[in-house]
Design a protein around this ligand. Structure first.
Ligand code: ADE
Length: 233
C-alpha cells in the first residue's frame, strides 16, 4: 500500500514515520508512506499558501491552487488517482472498521489542513472523504494523518509479527481486549490470575473471552450493545 501525506509540515510527519514499527515497515518496503510539501506547488512568488477569509473572521484559510496542483502532481507521478482523504474535525469519526476498509486501497492520499481550514471549493473539487480522529480540535491535520497512517500500516501483511496480533486485539472483533500479564507472577502483592499460569489452553481461552465481554460491558456499553446486536443476527 502507498500513502502520500500532503502537508505544510513534512518534517513533522517524517519524524514520526521514521521510528518504531512503522519506520521499520517502511524500510523493509512493507508499506510505502511519503510526504509532499504543499508549499512547493504554490504559484505565489512569495511562497504563500493561505489568505484571509472572505466575509471576514479570524485566522487564515488555505488556498485551493497549491493543494490542487500538489494533488495533480501526485496523480501524474502515480499514473492513477488515489482516493483523497481530508483530515478534519467535521469528518466521519475514525473506527477500526473504517481502517479495515481503507487498508484495502492500493493508494491513499491524506490532506492535512492548517490555520482555520481549507477553501471549500477545493474540498468539493477533489476530496473523496473527510475523516476525523475524534470530537476535539487539533491545530492541524498532521497528527490525525499520522494516526490514520499508523493504523493502516499495522494492518499491512508482514508489519506485525503474527496475524493474531490484530485479530485478537481491542476493537477488531468489536470487543475490548482481555487483560495481559508478564513476569513476575507477583508484583507489589498483586498476583497474575491462576488460570494464566495453569497451561490449560481451553480454560485460558474461556477466561480471556469472558474478560473481554465483561470489560466491554463495563467500559464501553455502546460497543457491547452493538456486539450483542450483531451476535443475535
Ligand atoms: N484537524 C483538526 N482536528 C482534527 C480532528 N479531530 N480530526 C481530524 N482532523 C483534525
Amino acid at each position: 500500500m502507498r500513502i502520500d501525506i500532503l502537508t505544510l509540515f513534512p518534517e513533522m510527519c517524517e519524524a514520526v514515520l521514521s521510528e518504531s514499527i512503522v519506520g521499520r515497515a517502511r524500510r523493509e518496503g512493507l508499506v510505502d508512506i511519503r510526504t509532499r510539501q504543499i508549499r512547493d506547488y504554490t504559484d505565489d512568488k512569495h511562497g504563500r499558501v493561505d489568505d484571509a477569509p472572505y466575509g471576514g473572521g479570524m485566522g487564515m484559510i488555505m488556498q485551493p491552487q497549491p493543494i490542487y496542483d500538489c494533488f495533480q502532481s501526485l496523480c501524474d507521478e502515480l499514473g492513477t488517482r488515489p482516493k483523497l482523504i481530508y483530515l478534519s474535525p467535521q469528518g466521519q469519526v475514525l473506527t477500526q472498521e473504517k481502517v479495515k476498509q481503507l487498508a484495502q486501497e492500493p493508494n491513499l492520499a491524506l490532506l492535512c489542513g492548517h490555520y482555520e481550514g481549507v477553501d471549500e471549493r477545493l474540498l468539493e473539487e477533489i476530496v473523496d472523504e473527510e475523516v476525523s480522529i475524534g470530537d476535539y480540535v487539533l491545530t492541524g491535520g498532521e497528527l490525525p494523518a499520522l494516526v490514520l497512517a499508523d493504523a493502516l500500516a499495522r494492518m499491512q501483511p508482514g508489519v506485525l509479527s503474527d496475524d493474531v496480533c490484530f485479530t485478537e486485539e481491542s476493537h477488531f472483533s468489536g470487543l475490548l481486549e482481555y487483560p495481559q500479564y508478564t513476569r513476575p507472577p507477583e508484583w507489589r502483592g498483586r498476583a497474575v490470575p491462576d488460570v494464566l499460569l495453569s497451561g490449560h489452553h481451553a480454560n485460558i481461552d474461556a477466561w480471556r473471552a469472558a474478560q473481554s465481554l465483561q470489560r466491554t460491558a463495563e467500559r464501553r456499553p455502546d460497543l457491547f450493545a452493538a456486539y450483542e446486536k450483531k451476535e443475535k443476527q
